[in-house]
Design a protein around this ligand. Structure first.
Ligand SMILES: O=C(CO)[C@@H](O)[C@H](O)COP(=O)(O)O
Ligand SMILES: [Fe+2]
Length: 222
């Protein structure tokens, strides 16, 4: 089943609570939260106080995408603020396995993120320890960028490995997702899709979300 995770990075922060409730009512399955530190990525977004604020307003899982250096230092903070998933970039972790264990120790589902150029071989030895792999289909740091289609073969290759090993791991795609770009990703076996501008920048957000989901459902093969 296809799940849609609207990214609040594209929401109106002056009415964030309402923006979260709107996508929940529209059929979103997760809320995607982009944390940027101005070091790992060339942009700053927000920290765990935003989770503190929205946690009581939604029953949806909070999917926290950490685009930060030294993620270990902040995992407790995000776990205590109510994260359900915490995903860390392979490129930002010196001891990836330890970071995954740290996330799990707080009862949070761990996931790993790969930049567009990062090979899937970097996570072969942690697949048994994680709940999600997040493929970046843009270079991280900004919303509203163009989808990088050369990532799709990596998604298909990982999906095959997950199947061969009999694992249950969600494959999430993040960056430039629309009702068109979701199609090759769902065909490659991805099942969770982040969408920021393709939902929040639309007049009818519910219709936009449902159109993206329907296109993904029609294409999904696993
Ligand atoms: O992590 C990121 C960007 O670094 C994403 O979650 C974006 O925020 C998605 O925005 P769109 O590409 O869907 O507009
Ligand atoms: Fe993200």
């Amino acid at each position: 089943m296809i799940k849609i995770a609207p990214s609040i990075l594209a929401a109106n922060f002056a009415q964030l609570g309402q923006e979260v409730k709107e996508v929940e009512a529209a059929g979103a399955e997760l809320i995607h939260i982009d944390v940027m530190d101005g070091h790992f990525v060339p942009n700053i977004s927000f920290g765990s106080i935003v989770l503190d604020a929205i946690r009581p307003l939604t029953s949806l899982p909070l999917d926290v995408h950490l685009m930060i250096e030294n993620p270990d230092q902040y995992i407790e903070q995000f776990a205590k603020a109510g994260a359900d998933y915490i995903t860390v970039h392979v490129e930002a972790c010196r001891h990836l396995h330890r970071t995954i264990q740290l996330i799990r120790s707080y009862g949070v589902k761990p996931g790993v993120v790969l930049n567009p150029h990062t090979p899937i071989e970097t996570i072969h030895h942690v697949l048994e320890d994680i709940d999600m792999v997040l493929f970046m289909t843009v270079n991280p740091g900004f919303g509203g960028q163009k989808f990088i289609s050369s990532v799709v073969p990596k998604v298909a290759a990982l999906s095959k490995i997950i199947k061969e090993r009999g694992l249950t791991i969600d494959i999430e795609i993040d960056g430039g997702i629309t009702a068109e770009t979701i199609v090759p990703c769902a065909e490659a076996g991805a099942n969770i899709f982040v969408a920021g501008s393709a939902i929040y920048n639309q007049e009818d957000r519910a219709a936009a979300l449902q159109a993206i989901k329907a296109a993904g459902e029609a294409a999904y093969v696993r």
